[in-house]
Design a protein around this ligand. Structure first.
Ligand SMILES: O=CC(=O)O
Length: 477
């Protein structure tokens, strides 16, 4: 633990000037923050290196950031018998020399271990899932101009549609799509189905549709154009873009990606959460802007262990998030339609109560009429000034203008957002805020999940065309 630079100017005001205390003297070789000063002043008479007393003091507080303990330093303080290091690492201390001179050395033991482990997991997720990189992508306005962040298969386009359409066997079942799938999708489908765009003259005779993007609006107007349609296979987990009731009325089966994305989305949610909590992306900016050397260490983030996490929606994603955060020592509560008898987490049926009982609120519910703006002004106020919100579900589950206002006015502390109300457009005020990490709806994007979702979609179409039960049906409530 290092002192903040802002505290260092006046930071070795020691109490040795008063000379009246019975408290044992402690040599302070490092600048101290106010918190350190008040804790130490209560127990010791603090002695500065410039004090005449310093050469007769037996104990000293040192820090790897400021003090190299070598023979020269030990010669300066010949009475020293004990050195207490403010960090865990003692690579700056010549332990052999201390031993030879009878100077005991102590460090902070395992005090930092969990925090460092949390941070390491945060960094790992950040790098593996490119959280900080994609926050830059969003802040630079590239989501709007270039589309999805280039994470792999989903962004690639199939450039040779015409030749595929021409070369595929006519006997293959016809599947229409609105948004063109990735090259991987096209390649995997090409031997099994005849994939055609909505603009194809044959599209009206398709009885199956691939809904690839998650944003194609499958409503009655669109369905009217495909009178023979009996099956819509979505490559997404969320199907808020599909009018399920209308599909039910028309006898159209709907399938989604099932639980293919759940673990990757849960990893991402934890990555975002640690990122915001431990300020990883913010401090990456700090380092890149050259501020570390001019302004000193960055502001502290908070410890994750013991924090209360409220999960809105304990489906397969929410459950996977809860399981991961349990391992960090978080206390989990949740809101869902009904309590889940299989989990021991606390069920809080009212969202304002859940927010009031949480340090971090994670939104992982499906977007429905009931969950539209489920996180509103009252909920954000209940979460409070120290509260953090993470959203990996759908943007419209949060009242976005209200969220922006609360963040800007310090009514909540921070947010990690992978989804937005009007993607890819993000309010300018949000982009300008420091206390947020913004990524372009990519929590599902891993090459592994992309490969699995292709197989799920194929299996659903095969089952449908064979007249068998589909694999991952979506049922309207
Ligand atoms: O957001 C992604 C999905 O619903 O699959």
């Amino acid at each position: 633990m290092y002192a903040f630079p802002s505290h260092t100017a006046a930071s070795i005001p020691t109490s040795d000037e008063t000379q009246t205390s019975d408290l044992p003297p402690l040599l302070v070789l490092r600048p101290l923050s106010d918190a350190w000063l008040s804790a130490l002043n209560a127990k010791f008479t603090l002695v500065s290196p410039s004090s005449p007393l310093s050469s007769s003091v037996h104990a000293a507080l040192i820090s790897g950031a400021y003090n190299r303990v070598d023979p020269a330093l030990l010669d300066q303080y010949p009475s020293l018998r004990c050195l207490v290091n403010t960090g865990a690492g003692v690579n700056h201390i010549n332990l052999e020399e201390c031993k030879r001179r009878g100077v005991q050395v102590a460090n902070v033991g395992e005090t930092h271990s969990k925090n460092v482990a949390d941070y390491a997991v945060g960094l790992l997720l950040d790098v593996m899932r490119r959280i900080t990189m994609s926050d830059r992508y969003v802040r630079n306005g590239l989501w709007v101009t270039r589309g999805n962040y280039p994470l792999g298969s989903k962004r690639e386009k199939y450039h040779n549609m015409e030749s595929i359409e021409g070369s595929v066997q006519p006997v293959l079942p016809l599947v229409v799509f609105i948004t063109q799938p990735s090259a991987d999708f096209m390649a995997a489908f090409s031997t099994k189905f005849h994939l055609i765009p909505a603009s194809s003259p044959f599209s009206a005779s398709a009885c199956a549709m691939l809904e690839y993007s998650g944003f194609d609006c499958v409503d009655s107007a669109l369905l009217d154009r495909y009178p023979l349609l009996r099956c819509v296979v979505s490559a997404n987990a969320g199907v808020d873009n599909i009018d399920l009731e209308e599909c039910r009325k028309r006898g159209i089966l709907v399938t989604n990606a099932g639980q293919v994305f759940s673990k990757d989305v849960a990893d991402y949610a934890v990555g975002l959460l640690i990122d915001v909590f431990r300020k990883i992306t913010m401090s990456d900016r700090y380092v890149r802007e050259g501020l570390w050397s001019t302004l000193g260490n960055y502001l502290l983030g908070s410890r994750l262990g013991g924090k209360r996490v409220g999960i809105v929606g304990l489906g397969s994603i929410g459950s996977a998030i809860a399981k991961r955060l349990e391992a960090f020592g978080c206390k989990i509560s949740y809101l869902s339609r009904k309590p889940k008898p299989t989990v021991s987490y606390r069920y809080i049926p009212n969202i304002c109560d859940l927010a009031a009982e949480s340090d971090i609120l994670v939104v992982s519910c499906a977007l429905t009429k009931e969950t539209h703006h489920i996180v509103n002004k009252q909920v954000l106020q209940a979460l409070g000034k120290e509260g953090i919100i993470i959203n990996i579900g759908r943007g419209a589950s949060i009242d976005e203008p209200e969220l922006v206002r609360c963040l800007a006015q310090g009514e909540i502390k921070g947010a990690g957002l992978d989804v937005f109300e009007h993607e890819p457009n993000i309010p300018k005020e949000l982009i300008e805020l420091e206390n947020v990490v913004l990524t372009p709806h990519q929590s599902v994007f891993t090459p592994e999940a992309m490969a699995e979702v292709i197989q799920i979609c194929i299996a659903n179409f095969e089952a449908f065309f064979a007249g068998k039960p589909v694999i991952t049906p979506v049922v309207a409530d």
